[in-house]
Ligand binder design. Structure first.
Ligand code: NAP
Length: 378
């Protein structure tokens, strides 16, 4: 017969304490949101980005009691922060100013407990099925899931007057602003599908529309180009490069100075509106080395979902979308992202073995392993 072990004996006490510690670590990793041994706090969900997609994800996640943390960026609000009247977002029959709408999105998420950090994430360490790490300088935030919602920015010409006259005649969104130029002469810059699509939309309102492109050949698909060419009030002007947007006495756009790409000759064209449609740049530089992106830098998601190639990492909004790029479509994918994250947390909680610990975490991970070992061997 083996010697009896007493609950207060050294072996049992070690096992008991080991079990207790292991259970606590497991609980904190899988269930709890309180401080864990590895970090000060493991979040359920961190959302990176403060545009319509990010705030909608935050709204859904906070209503699902996930207590999300939003790293909203120093200039939160996304592209709508630089937009004046928004007339195509459902629910605002009188329209609303872009920044005000973003304020309301943010407030609605805050009402259900969303927390915000008004700063830019400087670095991430993404993992396939483990813990996700987001850094703001030296400050580290750890989460079981992360939603990427950094958006995209319109490519700019980089010429005088472009930014200064934004919202006063110069725009980067035909669908958003085309209707404001009813009966006016308007110019669209670009030779791709976006330029053709914008042109055809704006031409419904403008009296005359000129597509200005720097080459005689067009990148746009044949069908889109042909449709634009067949539109009665659309003209083409090539090869020309815009050099300056010029303000009138009222402070609004009056004219565009164009330079012939070959001869260098310049001329002024009087217009009421100018749309720059030369592509978008997804803001994926933070994650491009870690998550799958396409040739243009857009994060790739699994068809019909917001799941990326990394388990526990989701992507939404203009960071993913090179086709629609509307506030309402971004908000829609925000909802999808929050639901995907919620289902992931419910069905496949992160595995501590799978996660990228980084430098500090490696030692702490060893700590967990030691506890497990001690427990198993005692
Ligand atoms: P894009 O295909 O990259 O075309 C950008 C256009 O802007 C090109 O013609 C380019 O000229 C010109 N451009 C770029 N930088 C310029 C500069 N600094 N100055 C003057 N011109 C400049 O971009 P996109 O039109 O936004 O389309 C992006 C993707 O979305 C494409 O795959 C497109 O098919 C897709 N898309 C599809 C639809 C649709 O099917 N309904 C609608 C919109 C977009 P060069 O050609 O000389 O480089």
């Amino acid at each position: 017969m083996s010697a009896p072990t007493y609950p207060w004996g050294p072996t049992s006490l070690k096992r008991f304490l080991g079990q207790l510690l292991l259970q606590k670590v497991k609980y904190d990793l899988y269930v709890g949101t309180e401080a864990v041994e590895m970090t000060e706090k493991t979040e359920n969900l961190i959302i990176i980005g403060g545009g319509p997609a990010g705030y909608t994800a935050a709204l859904y996640a906070s209503r699902a009691n996930l207590d999300p943390l939003v790293i909203e960026g120093f200039q939160w609000g996304g592209q709508l922060q630089n937009t004046t009247d928004v007339e195509n977002y459902p629910g605002y029959p009188e329209g609303i100013m872009g920044p005000e709408m973003m304020n309301e999105f943010r407030a609605q998420a805050e009402r259900f407990g969303t927390r915000f950090v008004t700063d830019d994430a400087s670095r991430v360490e993404l993992s396939d099925g483990g813990l996700q790490r987001v850094f703001l300088g030296d400050e580290e935030h750890v989460a079981k899931t992360v939603i990427l919602a950094m958006g995209a920015e319109p490519r700019r010409l980089g010429i005088p007057g472009e930014l200064e006259l934004g919202g006063r005649g110069v725009s980067t969104c035909g669908v958003c602003d085309g209707a404001f130029f009813k009966g006016q002469e308007v110019l669209v810059v670009g030779g791709g599908d976006s330029a053709m699509e914008d042109a055809m939309f704006i031409a419904k309102y403008a009296s005359k529309l000129t597509i200005v492109h720097r080459r005689d050949e067009f990148r746009a698909s044949k069908i889109m180009l042909e449709r634009a060419q067949a539109t009665e009030n659309i003209e083409f002007k090539t090869p020309y490069v815009p050099e300056e947007f010029i303000a009138g006495e009222d402070g609004k756009l009056r004219a565009v100075r164009l330079r012939h790409a070959d001869s260098g000759a310049t001329e002024e064209m009087e217009v009421g509106g100018a749309f720059v449609a030369i592509g978008h740049i997804p803001r994926s530089e933070l994650v491009a080395e870690q998550v799958e992106v396409d040739a243009n830098g857009y994060v790739i998601t699994e068809g019909g979902s917001t799941r990326t190639n990394l388990a526990g990492v989701f992507a939404i909004g203009d960071l993913v979308d090179h086709t629609y790029r509307q506030a309402v479509t971004a908000a829609g994918t925000g909802c999808m992202g929050a639901l995907d994250a919620e289902w992931y947390l419910r069905d496949t909680p992160p595995s501590p073995e799978a996660h990228w610990y980084g430098k500090a975490g490696a030692a702490e991970a060893g700590g967990v392993a030691e506890v497990a070992e001690a427990t198993a061997s005692s």
